[in-house]
Design a protein. Structure first.
Length: 105
């Protein structure tokens, strides 16, 4: 959903669902900092989600690819042979090494 749908279309869907149907947010406009920090941040929530979700989808794809590459490495097999469960080896050794490509982006 994040990569396949353009930002403006996803933003319109967010406004339709959360502003018009559920009435949780305003349909448009910035409340301004004079109305208070909470009100200003509340009015920035939908635009922030609309801009961040496609980038999060790209980062998730990069993370998945890096993690699949890391799972076949020798140090992961060694960690499993030392008695770590698959989850422990993944959290202690796999994610740390898989984060390198994500952080370079």
């Amino acid at each position: 959903l994040g990569v396949a749908v353009p930002n403006f279309w996803f933003a319109m869907i967010l406004v339709l669902v959360f502003a018009i149907n559920l009435r949780w947010f305003g349909a448009g406009g910035f409340a301004g900092w004079d109305d208070g920090l909470g009100t200003a941040l509340h009015s920035l929530t939908l635009p922030a989600i609309a801009l961040a979700l496609p980038q999060a989808a790209i980062l998730a794809r990069v993370m998945r690819s890096a993690l699949l590459d890391i799972l076949g490495e020798d140090f992961m097999r060694t960690a499993r042979a030392r008695g770590l469960t698959r989850r422990q080896a993944l959290w202690r050794h796999g994610l740390r090494n898989a984060m390198i490509p994500v952080l370079t982006i």
